[in-house]
Design a protein. Structure first.
Length: 630
């Protein structure tokens, strides 16, 4: 059995290590900027210098915003600025970079522009005063709120003595066996058998259930049906995910099924489709809001005496009433895991919590939402990408082991594996199924034999072992391989020519170029943009890192593995979950470009090469530069 206090104290230590690493990394990066030469640019994913201040205005939430303009510079740099993320301003001085004290947030990202919300007029004046004396820069800040929420959630989970929560907590950490109800079998004719089994287990579990959804198996579809079925038995459920994008996606699917969703969180981080469901928008459209707005205006205009007391009392009554109405009307309350700790959610409890993409969620963040529930249903795939942990010490201590992963190991009887996939040709699916899912995946009949051409094979590896290709460290401490990048672009062009550009355009075929390394992705984008041949197809071709492609799919995928060295060093390609994501993005054709000799030092890549040799084409590129020989 796990000692409860020890268990949560250890998690708090790991969260503290991760925060310390983020703070130190931020400070190192900031202090190393130094004073650039006159006219020089800082054009990094998380920093732009110099910037100019544009017009200021108020957004619909009444927050003061200002537009920032900057030179786009290197168009291949992936911007990490996203709506809702914190940013800070700085200027460069002879003594080093100086940071301004204002914590601001990204509202909009444009081509060469950012719009950020400011804490008030004082911050705006401070920025303009500084800009009159120095050139300003902007950089991503640290989201301290998330760390504070996680730390507080862990303390609350340790000391919470609510009987139902204690039972759930003990099951999740392995101190108590999970229990199930025995309910009549429910039929869902529009779902496959494994999806139906998963929903049956969801409604029968008393503490925890896992919907394990490998690539293309309809995990979100299954979760949506499970939520709808749960709402036949419960008045309201809480639906969470680690990211705003994931919350919005499952919320949109529920709305399309006619479910009343209340989306809680920062509207800046929501998709446009979800804004009408946001707490703020629904608050402002409540029938009593006009009276509340009038009272607030009267108070701002200087009401006096006993009238102030009466107005304040009525203001509070209306606030409580509107808030209660909004939550009572909702069948689903949705938010991020961190958002479940917002003030609006205080003292709210739910019979069931659904966590989508649970395999990408830090365990401490999950506890913030678990605190509000009697039982939890998690959906995800722990054989794909895990949450990002920057501290090596915290990762070694287990911070990248998710709550879902722990439950899968503790209680396999709580896990439902979805086994029918609807994305990939069966040969593309086959290796992933064998290596990660005990060979249990099946390709749906409508995709099993689907391929680009009857004369084509769904799998190919272009082995560069005999070529003089070498990897290099990029300027952002990433990796790149210029010769391999050129080969990838050449290979893509040849493949499109084989299919015929007319067919590609008429059938709107889409292509993805995936690489584990940001430096290689930047290089590939540049090479792609340089070739006039691809201009008419630019909307059909996407280049990105493996992390950026999780959850996506394309007709044709080309993977650039980059690593090429005599020592067989493959770096974080040893994270096989990352490769599972990469090789399962393709619907009809998967092309791998890489040095099989370097990668063959690891048994996974040896096995993958052998699988492709048997089920596709293993093409060894000769050192002479002649045409490849199969």
């Amino acid at each position: 059995m796990n000692n409860v206090s020890t268990y949560f104290a250890r998690l708090r230590e790991l969260v503290a290590l991760e925060l310390k690493e983020e703070q130190q990394a931020y400070r190192r990066t900031f202090e190393q900027r130094g004073l650039p030469l006159t006219g020089a640019l800082i054009c990094e994913p998380a920093c732009r210098y110099p910037i100019s201040l544009g017009d200021s205005s108020y957004n619909p939430l009444g927050q003061l915003t200002v537009q920032l303009r900057f030179d786009v510079g290197d168009e291949e740099t992936e911007l990490e600025f996203e709506p809702g993320k914190p940013v800070t301003f700085f200027y460069l001085h002879a003594d080093g970079p100086k940071e301004l004290p204002h914590q601001c947030y990204v509202e909009l990202v444009g081509d060469g522009t950012l719009t950020v919300s400011l804490p008030g007029k004082g911050a705006m004046q401070s920025l303009r005063d500084t800009a009159n004396r120095h050139e300003l820069g902007v950089q991503l800040g640290i989201d301290n709120t998330s760390f504070r929420v996680m730390e507080e959630a862990l303390r609350a989970a340790e000391h919470n003595d609510n009987e139902r929560f204690v039972r759930l907590r003990d099951v999740l950490i392995g101190n108590r066996h999970p229990a199930f109800r025995n309910l009549p079998r429910i039929s869902f004719p529009w779902l496959n058998p494994s999806q139906q089994d998963a929903i049956q287990k969801v409604i029968e579990c008393q503490e925890v259930s896992i919907v394990h959804g490998p690539p293309g198996t309809g995990k979100t579809t299954t979760l949506v049906e499970a939520i709808i079925e749960t709402l036949q038995r419960e008045t309201q459920v809480l639906v969470c995910a680690p990211s705003n994008a994931a919350v919005d996606w499952i919320s949109e699917q529920l709305m399309r099924r006619g479910i009343h969703v209340l989306r809680v969180g920062n509207p800046l981080r929501m998709s446009d489709e979800m804004l009408d469901c946001s707490y703020e928008r629904r608050y402002a459209s409540h029938p009593d809001y006009h009276e509340l707005w009038s009272i607030r205006k009267t108070l701002r205009d200087g009401a006096k005496g006993e009238r102030v007391h009466q107005l304040r009392k009525r203001e509070m009554e209306l606030e409580i009433k509107i808030n209660a109405d909004l939550f009572e009307q909702a069948r689903v309350v949705s938010c991020t895991l961190i958002g479940s700790a917002y003030r609006l959610m205080e003292r709210r409890r739910f019979s069931t919590l659904f966590i989508d993409e649970a395999a990408q969620a830090l365990e401490p963040a999950c506890w913030a939402a678990v605190l509000r529930a009697d039982r939890v249903v998690m959906g995800g795939d722990h054989q794909q990408l895990s949450p990002t942990v920057k501290s090596l010490e915290a990762a070694r201590g287990g911070l990248d082991d998710t709550l879902m992963q722990k439950v899968v190991g503790l209680w396999p009887q709580c896990v439902s594996l979805l086994t029918m996939q609807y994305r990939m040709n069966e040969d593309i699916m086959g290796f992933s199924s064998r290596w990660f899912y005990d060979g249990r995946l099946q390709a749906a009949p409508e995709v099993a034999q689907r391929q680009v051409s009857p004369l084509d094979t769904p799998l190919m590896w272009l082995d560069t072992s005999a070529l003089d290709h070498s990897e290099h460290e990029s300027r952002d401490n990433s990796r790149s391989n210029a010769d391999e990048a050129r080969l990838v672009i050449h290979t893509l062009r040849d493949y499109i020519e084989m299919i015929s550009p007319q067919k590609v355009e008429s059938e709107r075929m889409d292509f993805g170029i995936i690489t584990p390394y940001r430096g290689q992705a930047r290089l590939l984008r540049r090479l792609l943009k340089m070739q006039h041949y691809f201009r008419r197809l630019k909307r059909q071709i996407t280049v990105g890192t493996v992390d950026g492609f999780q959850g996506q799919e394309r007709d044709v995928i080309v993977i650039s593995l980059v690593r090429a060295n005599a020592a067989g060093q493959i770096g974080f390609l040893r994270d096989l979950r990352r490769m599972n994501v990469a090789i399962t993005r393709a619907r009809m054709k998967l092309i791998i470009v890489g040095n099989a000799e370097t990668l063959g030092h690891h048994r996974f890549y040896r096995a993958l090469a052998e699988y492709i040799r048997r089920h596709g084409e293993m093409v060894t590129l000769p050192p002479t530069g002649d045409q490849p020989q199969a």
